[in-house]
Design a protein around this ligand. Structure first.
Ligand code: SF4
Length: 467
């Protein structure tokens, strides 16, 4: 996927004045939020399970090398072939080699965010191979030539009317806005591709070290068709997805589906363990697993390692007021929302996504809902500090932070400056005590008035109350 995170601010400006996107995002609103809140009440000891899930992810990451080798050994023993991709380019090269050596002309894909990282569809098409997305959201976006805007609901920014128009235009069928009818239409288009494709590509939610299995958690039947109908199946997934045992998975899955879509369990939970064996009724003749690093191992052993706990539930973006207003495309890469504000700079380089860690008020809603307790605001603060230390922020911002530090380190000066500040702001607020415009801080007042302080600092009010 083409990176545009470096122009985050102009992306945001465009998204905020896009009336269609704004309407669609409002319509999506709190649907996932409400569903999650309702279903979480079913879970006794939710906090204990979250702590256990975080500990499982930490144990997996602390011993990632040995669990990955154990996974490889088990997967090989069950007939899968394991490939290691150090970079995004390696993913595309390995995949194309497998396809070309097997005479593959058509690929059906189920959702794989890691393949978005490497721009796989463009690469295989450049190699003369057709790639067809079969997840409904991804299929819609392929027709619209757009990247996903959410990790579990990729076409969440599209309205029913837009999808109806896309289908009618691309399928040459009468326009219809009945959702079941549109789903049927997509199925009719996709079914021949499932039957004629030589290769299926899927992501993998988890890798189980003790059995060599790939686990896929999904709500659409396309996942099972992609992984069982074509004669070759390729899983593309990140190295951080490994879990030691099936027992560990049983803890994590209780949180994943509830945090993601507000379901106790999704329609399909598939465990893929090797290719078709003698006596099996279905399954691919070849099973390949591409394990992708692409920046992940750089985070191991650093304060950013906790970001690798992520189980891609999407809850942090669903609850983020910034994501709810700007949608996923503004973030400019595969992973939007709070986790994207951390993973994108970590994977593509801080200077290429400099403004993403700033795209938060640090309200903490993301951390509160994250099932594996990733301290997202803290990690954003770490990235902010790094960008300051590396001199990547604009000179005026660095200067103002230095001035602020100088004042904040001197209590008497701080008291004097804040007294002057609140009095001036109070005067500027006039009778209504509202600030319509703050020179140099337009971001605070461009879209709304800022309440002016009443003319006294907190310290003065506190002293008065005590006396
Ligand atoms: S950071 Fe947490 S809440 Fe966000 S997608 Fe990952 S696991 Fe889910």
């Amino acid at each position: 996927m083409q990176l545009t995170s470096f122009s985050f601010k102009s992306n945001v400006r465009r998204k905020l004045i896009d009336p269609l996107l704004q309407r669609n995002m409002k319509r999506f609103g709190g649907r996932f939020v409400e569903a999650r809140a309702a279903v979480m009440t079913e879970v006794d000891n939710l906090e204990t399970i979250r702590v256990a899930a975080a500990a499982i992810r930490d144990r997996s990451l602390a011993n990632l090398d040995s669990y990955l080798l154990a996974f490889e050994e088990q997967a090989l023993a069950r007939g899968s072939r394991v490939h290691w991709a150090e970079t995004a380019q390696d993913v595309n090269r390995i995949l194309i080699e497998i396809a070309q050596s097997n005479g593959v002309k058509k690929i059906v894909k189920s959702k794989s965010m890691v393949s978005e990282e490497s721009g796989l569809n463009d690469a295989v098409e450049a190699a003369g191979i057709q790639a067809i997305e079969t997840d409904l959201g991804e299929y819609i976006l392929q027709l619209a030539h757009e990247p996903p805007s959410h990790i579990i609901a990729p076409a969440i920014h599209k309205s029913l009317e837009e999808v109806a128009a896309l289908f009618s235009e691309n399928h040459h069928t009468p326009r219809q806005t009945d959702i079941p009818a549109l789903c049927r239409e997509a199925r009719e288009q996709l079914r021949p591709h499932f039957l004629s494709a030589e290769m299926g590509i899927s992501g993998g939610n988890f890798l189980i070290a003790e059995t060599g299995s790939v686990v896929i958690v999904t709500n659409e039947g396309n996942g099972r068709m992609v992984t069982t109908l074509p004669r070759i199946h390729v899983t593309i997934t990140g190295i951080e997805k490994v879990l030691p045992t099936l027992n560990d998975f049983s803890v994590i899955v209780r949180l994943l589906t509830r945090s993601a879509t507000g379901q106790s369990i999704t329609n399909y939970v598939s465990m893929l363990t090797g290719p078709r064996q003698e006596g099996d009724l279905d399954g691919p003749e070849q099973s390949h697993i591409i394990l992708v690093d692409s920046g992940r191992s750089r985070l191991l052993g650093t304060e950013m390692q906790k970001a690798l706990r992520c189980i891609r539930c999407g809850a942090c973006m669903n609850h983020c007021p910034v994501y709810q207003n700007i949608g996923g495309h503004a973030y400019g890469w595969v992973y939007p929302g709070p986790i994207g504000a951390i993973l994108t700079p970590s994977y593509v380089g801080l200077k290429n996504a400099l403004d993403l860690p700033q795209a938060s008020t640090l309200c903490g809603a993301c951390q509160v809902v994250c099932p594996v307790k990733i301290p997202l605001p803290e990690l954003m603060r770490v990235l902010r500090e790094k960008s300051f230390e590396q001199g990547l922020r604009p000179w005026h911002e660095r200067l103002s932070i230095r001035l602020w530090r100088g004042v904040a380190n001197r209590p008497h000066l701080y008291a004097l400056m804040t007294q002057m500040g609140v009095r001036v702001l109070s005067l500027l607020g006039g009778k209504k005590k509202l600030l319509h415009h703050l020179p140099g801080l337009d971001g605070w007042t461009d879209g709304r008035d800022m309440p002016a302080p009443q003319g006294k600092t907190f310290r003065e009010l506190y002293r008065k109350r005590r006396s």
